[in-house]
Write a new protein. Sequence first.
Length: 451
Amino acid sequence: MTVDTAAAPILRRLDLGSNETAAVAERRALIRRGAAPDERIRAEARAILDDVRARGAAAVREANQRFGGGLSDGRLVLERAELVAARDRLPDEDRSGLEQAIDHVRRFAETQRPESTRTTIAPGIEIERRWLPLDRVGCYVPGGSAPYPSSLVMTVGPAVVAGVREIVVATPADAKGAIHPVLLGAAGLLDVDALLVAGGAQAVAALAFGLEDAGVDPVDRIVGPGNAWVTAAKLEVAGFIGIDLPAGPSEGLVLADDSADPVIVAADLVTQAEHGPDSPAILVTTSADLAADVEREIARLLTRLERSAILARALAEHGRIAITPDLDAAIAFVDAYAPEHLSIAVRDADAVAARVRHAGSIFVGPWAPESAGDYATGANHVLPTGGLARACDPLGVEAFGRYTQIQRLDEGGLAAIRETVGRLASAEGLTAHRHAVEVRFTERDRIGEPA
């Protein structure tokens, strides 16, 4: 598609200093945007979940026919042998690229494995906090309009390092009812146990509740990005199984000063907008001249890039430029917005990166484009959106395991806290709790010792 440079969208100005009601409301809406879908989508996802839970594989097939995402032959599950065969059919160049990406993700993930600990609280009282990998995990990989083998690597790679016993990938087929061979090959390279061919809420339902009639058991946790229906479905099943976090539209923010190269800044903003028409791309800068140069460069880019229609819509509807009086104000806005991706293009980028508290993944300096992290640095690209970077992590090994507590006491240890337990239990009116301690001292024969 050709875009008329003169008619190219101008990124909307965001006034960070204004106290006018409209400007304050716009800033507040951006900062508190959230990642959860609206109630209409939640309700539609809930209906699909209920149907799959009640009718199993038949409901998934019907949803695939209605919404798309099913294989042309109607099968729902591809077993490991098929994935291994796809691995062996990969062209050398594709296999080499996948292997490098997998290796980098693995190397970074291996630094994340949590430690089990044992702590002596007092003589006779010891608590162990034991970390264990999950038994069975479902990794959702978006698809349909385009394959995302990179998302398969990012979700499955840390699960393998964590030691998860069984990994199931769910992903939709394309409009022709096929799965891209590179995605299938990536699943084979990572020894995925099975691939469920379905998308949207029906895929989440199949992972969460299982499909007994298709040989799919329920998983313990679902991870991975997806559209609003995937996110809504994950939130709905969170009471039955674990999830990583809700995922809103992908978003990026570039923090730049007058030393930044407008060609690079424009490229980073446009890269973010390429994720979809609802993806925010925001420039926060201390330089009005840089802002103007970046807009001109974006207009030129839109005449050359393949997905120009999507880019133009995303930038027109969700693109912003904020010019701030100084770097302190710029950093304050970054922390308040808490972007999924943050690119830093200022004179002392490392010093600024050290000051940022809230961002999912930070890209420091002119040689660190977001696309490097999306594919090959080894950092995970499944990141908190919608401001959740204030409280949530990038996907990592920790998401594929859990802690359990093991408490060991001997007689002396229990005696040391006997009075405390009794007093607190009495204050709460829970006398059976108090009795469970006292009976051990007053009726010793109950635990094998002479009275």
